[in-house]
Design a protein around this ligand. Structure first.
Ligand code: GLY
Ligand code: MN
Ligand code: MN
Length: 442
């Protein structure tokens, strides 16, 4: 659980980076209709959630730089707009925090009804110099901000002044989000742990004839029993050649005895994602061809991970993984020619067609720049990322048919530490021996 004070601290940190005369304006997400008066499950905007911890739609956060209140110097004043308490609406659609409770619950200085936003925003922006806003992410929200600026500019006899600059908030806010605090890491460890348990359960439950969506149900049930209402992304359960479809989510086939099953699943827990992939044989025993490619993917992952330490880059680790995979594909006659030739012509790309990893956090593909000033950025403590090499050989591939229909990915989540990294997702087997031993237990 992330403490209320951490959200306040995040707002303070953000505002400490901004010059005098800055206002930050951030909107919540909205409900989406699913059809005929029902609504899709609400997912809060992760930037809004990061700054508020508030999980309701119809809300705005406004932070005004450099206010001094009650004789106590603070670097900003925070104003929240939210839904008001409304008995009938709450009977139909659920509880609301309300304006009265918001200041003590969310540690904001003021709260107002969302209906007052349009009228009050121009006042909050009046005479400020620059507005920080997540540009280009939501046209309707952006239009609300523009309207406020327009109203200021049209004020009678130039009694008011609108900020003259609108600056994208994303780079600054996302740089903060890239570095996880101890509290965030504690939540991410839990998300990872329960996701490991879900993968273990699927390994134990698989048997010939089970449908992929039934394994998905096992995964989701384990998440729920662990305290995570939902998955961080659509769960991928791909048996046999389905594993070669990178974002396969149909999950509607029965698994066959000789198949490998690839499961890519992670819980969404207290706002944070895990992202794990394991690949295992339905029968409990890898075939020779499956084992051969599996060990190659595993070797590439383990060697790449050794490079994922402070000061190195994700790109360096990618090169290591690619070289291992490329060499291994040559040794197995899946590629021909020299290592140099295959690296130069990127021939391996037809079998490993995605990146080695990505930032992980509130979003599964989390925010944060991968480059700084055009250069790949060195890893630093507190960054969390996935390491997920794979090899996918569909039945069309021009290789010995014994490799056809094999798709393998192994994905773990790591946090960079001062002297290396910590693997958050250790507790699900990944060597062939460990997977086969676990599956033999059932
Ligand atoms: N599950 C999406 C990914 O691994 O990036
Ligand atoms: Mn994944
Ligand atoms: Mn991933």
């Amino acid at each position: 659980m992330i403490a209320k004070t951490e959200f306040l601290q995040r707002r303070e940190t953000l505002m400490s980076k901004l010059p005098v005369g800055s206002v930050v304006v951030v909107a919540s997400a909205e409900m989406h209709q699913k059809g005929n008066g029902t609504e899709a499950a609400f997912t809060q905007d992760s930037d809004f959630l990061y700054l508020t911890g508030f999980n309701e739609p119809q809300a705005w956060l406004v932070l005004i730089h450099d206010d001094v209140r009650n004789g106590q110097a603070k670097n900003h004043r925070s104003v929240l707009f939210c839904q008001t308490k409304d008995k009938l609406a709450e009977i139909w659609n659920g509880r609301r925090l309300g304006v009265e409770q918001a200041p003590s619950e969310l540690l904001v200085d003021e709260a107002h009804a969302i209906d007052d936003f349009e009228g009050l925003l121009p006042e909050l922006l009046n005479e400020q110099k620059q507005v920080y806003f997540l540009l280009g992410s939501d046209d309707a929200k952006e239009a609300e901000l523009m309207l406020a600026l327009q109203l200021l500019r049209q004020a009678p006899k130039q009694t008011k002044t609108a900020p003259s600059m609108i600056v994208d908030l994303a780079p600054m806010l996302h740089e903060m989000r890239l570095f996880k605090s101890p509290a965030e890491l504690a939540v991410m460890r839990e998300a990872a742990e329960m996701s490991c348990r879900a993968h273990v359960r699927a390994m134990k439950r698989v048997q010939e004839g089970v449908f992929e969506y039934q394994l998905e149900a096992d995964i989701l049930h384990e998440f729920a029993m662990s305290g995570a209402r939902s998955a961080a992304y659509n769960t991928i359960v791909g048996a046999g050649e389905n594993a070669c479809i990178l974002h396969y989510t149909d999950n509607n086939c029965a698994v066959k005895k000789g198949d490998l099953v690839l499961i890519d699943a992670g819980a969404h827990y207290q706002g944070y994602a895990a992202d794990i992939t394991r690949t295992f044989p339905v029968s409990g025993k890898f075939s020779e061809a499956q084992a051969s490619l599996y060990n190659l993917v595993l070797e590439s992952q383990l060697k790449a991970m050794q490079v994922l330490v402070p000061g190195n880059t994700l790109k360096q680790a990618t090169q290591v993984a690619v070289e291992v995979i490329c060499q291994g594909l040559i040794e197995r006659s899946i590629l021909s020619g020299s290592l140099e030739y295959n690296l130069e012509h990127a021939t391996w790309r037809q079998f490993f067609m995605h990146g080695l990893g990505h930032w992980l956090g509130m979003n599964v593909h989390d925010v944060g720049n991968y480059k700084v000033n055009g250069e790949d950025r060195p890893l630093q403590p507190g960054m969390v990322l996935t390491v997920e090499p794979g090899i996918y050989i569909d039945s069309q591939a021009d290789v010995d048919p014994k490799w056809h229909g094999i798709g393998i990915r192994i994905e773990d989540d790591i946090v960079i530490t001062a002297d290396g990294h910590e693997v958050l997702t250790q507790n699900v087997p990944k060597t062939i021996d460990d997977i086969e031993a676990l599956m033999a237990e059932k």
